[in-house]
Design a protein around this ligand. Structure first.
Ligand SMILES: [Zn+2]
Length: 209
C-alpha cells in the first residue's frame, strides 16, 4: 500500500463516525430541556409549544450533524479525481459558502460564510465537496478559528494540494443576543503551503470579497 492510500484511508476514518443516542437517553434529555425552558418562562402546555422540547433537541442534533461525518464527501472522492494540473498557481476559489455553527463557549449559533481556495497538486476535488467540507466542521460546537484550520487541514489531507486558503466571516449570536449586544462581524483566515506567497493571498482575498 502506498503512503498516499494510507493517508486517504485515515481521512475516511476521521470523516465517518455517526452518533447514536439511545432512546432512554433521548427521553431523559427531552425532560431536561422541558424543565429548563419551562423554568425560564416558556409555557409548555399550549398546542404550539407542547412539542418544543422535542423539536429543540432534534434541531440541536441536526445543527451538530458534522459529528456524524459526511460519507458523500468520502465515497465520491475517487470519482472526482482528474489528471495533473500543470498551471503552477491556478487557484480554485469557492464561495460564499453559507454556514451555521455553534460556539462552544455558549452553545449559541454563529452564522456567516466561507471562501475556500486551493492550488491543486496532482488531484482536484469536486466544487460541491468544498461546501460539504465547510458544513462537516461547521455543524459542531466549535470556534471560528478552529473551523478554518480544520477545513484547511482536511483539504490538504484529501487532495494534497500545493496550498490552501480559507476565509471565514461570521456574526456571533452570543455577542448579539446578550452581553455587549454588538452586531459585530468576525473575520478569520487560515493559510497552507504556497499561500505563504503574499500575491497569491491577495488574489484569493480579492476573489473572496
Ligand atoms: Zn460564544
Amino acid at each position: 500500500m502506498s503512503e498516499r492510500v494510507i493517508e486517504l484511508s485515515s481521512a475516511v476514518a476521521v470523516l465517518a463516525s455517526p452518533r447514536e443516542i439511545a432512546l432512554e437517553d433521548w427521553t431523559r434529555f427531552r425532560g431536561n430541556v422541558a424543565e429548563i425552558l419551562g423554568a425560564f418562562g416558556l409555557p409548555l402546555d399550549t398546542p404550539p409549544t407542547r412539542d418544543t422540547p422535542e423539536r429543540f433537541l432534534r434541531a440541536l442534533f441536526d445543527a451538530t450533524a458534522g459529528y456524524d461525518g459526511d460519507p458523500k464527501l468520502v465515497t465520491t472522492f475517487p470519482t472526482e479525481v482528474t489528471g495533473a494540473v500543470e498551471e503552477p498557481f491556478a487557484q480554485v476559489v469557492e464561495g460564499p459558502i453559507a454556514f451555521s455553527a455553534l460556539c462552544e463557549h455558549h452553545a449559541l449559533p454563529f452564522v456567516g460564510h466561507a471562501h475556500v481556495g486551493y492550488v491543486a497538486g496532482e488531484r482536484i476535488i469536486g466544487i460541491s465537496k468544498l461546501t460539504r467540507l465547510v458544513r462537516l466542521y461547521a455543524r459542531r460546537f466549535t470556534v471560528q478559528e478552529r473551523l478554518g484550520e480544520q477545513i484547511a487541514d482536511t483539504l490538504v489531507r484529501l487532495v494534497q494540494p500545493q496550498g490552501v486558503g480559507v476565509r471565514l466571516e461570521a456574526s456571533h449570536l452570543c455577542t448579539r443576543m446578550r452581553g455587549v449586544e454588538e452586531p459585530s462581524r468576525t473575520t478569520t483566515t487560515a493559510w497552507r503551503g504556497v499561500y505563504r506567497d503574499a500575491a497569491l493571498r491577495r488574489e484569493f482575498l480579492e476573489l473572496a470579497r
